[in-house]
Ligand binder design. Structure first.
Ligand SMILES: [Zn+2]
Ligand SMILES: [Zn+2]
Length: 251
């Protein structure tokens, strides 16, 4: 059964409760990792996944809390006890290839794919296909190159991941009738920050998109001092989950 595991439910702020952002979607014997913040490579070990198992790495944007473990992942792929064999694909928004080139200039041979094949892609409008899994993306309201992802498979099953974003029409349409909608929820309603969602804004997106289930993640430490769930429930009456690290959700 397709499953989503929360590798990190936090942000770039160090927290013992919440690791930096990272999600693992296991689907059709494929392992898709969405964002790899610092510590995610090690978190993966806790759920029995290694650098050798990932098929696809999707990045929502290149803020360090979302991408910092990319270099350690590639380093492990090359120098791990068992070097990676199967092909790996990295995907990001506009400018991602340029960012990757800068990493290559910096780390050179240390992250050179060997002996495996590495493909780096930018998705903006055309969907990505992998074994009957369809991945779509839309730009989000955070950085100019930020994107959210919609993964579809089987008989109309879908999961949507916002990455960091503020409320925007694109998010509502990307999330349309999703089986599981994973939204960032950075700050409580009382402490709204531009470029990020609050519980009531996340609830608004869930309500307007008619998603079946809502999962709130990317929680700044401040969130744990407020009743996030209650703030969201006032707007969205469907099922709401508050992410915790290593939480598993069947889809
Ligand atoms: Zn972030
Ligand atoms: Zn960000």
């Amino acid at each position: 059964m397709p499953e989503l595991i929360i590798l990190g439910s936090g942000t770039g702020i160090p927290s013992l409760r919440r690791a930096s952002p990272g999600l693992l979607l296991s689907l059709k014997s494929r392992h898709i990792v969405i964002d790899s913040g610092p510590g995610i490579l090690r978190r993966m070990l806790e759920v029995g996944i290694t650098y050798r198992d990932i098929d696809l790495l999707l990045y929502t944007h290149i803020h360090p809390d979302h991408i910092a473990d990319l270099v350690p992942i590639l380093f492990a792929c090359k120098y791990g006890e068992l070097p990676r064999q199967k092909e790996l694909t990295l995907v990001g928004g506009c400018g991602f290839k340029q960012h990757f080139q800068m990493l290559k200039n910096l780390y050179a041979a240390w992250i050179e794919p060997q002996p495996y094949q590495l493909t780096v892609k930018e998705v903006v409008s055309s969907p990505l296909l992998l074994d009957g899994i369809k991945i779509l993306s839309k730009s989000m309201a955070h950085l100019p190159e930020s994107i959210g992802y919609r993964v579809e498979w089987g008989e109309g099953k879908s999961i949507v991941i916002s990455g960091d974003t503020d409320y925007c029409e694109n998010l509502v349409s990307l999330a349309w009738k999703a089986d599981l909608l994973v939204l960032e929820c950075s700050f409580p309603d009382q402490k709204k920050v531009e470029g990020h969602l609050t519980p009531s804004l996340a609830g608004r997106v869930a309500k307007e998109s008619h998603c079946k289930k809502l999962l709130l993640t990317h929680l700044y430490p401040l969130c744990d001092q407020y009743d996030i769930l209650d703030q969201c429930k006032k707007v969205f009456q469907g099922e709401i989950l508050l992410a915790e690290d290593l939480m598993k959700i069947a889809i």
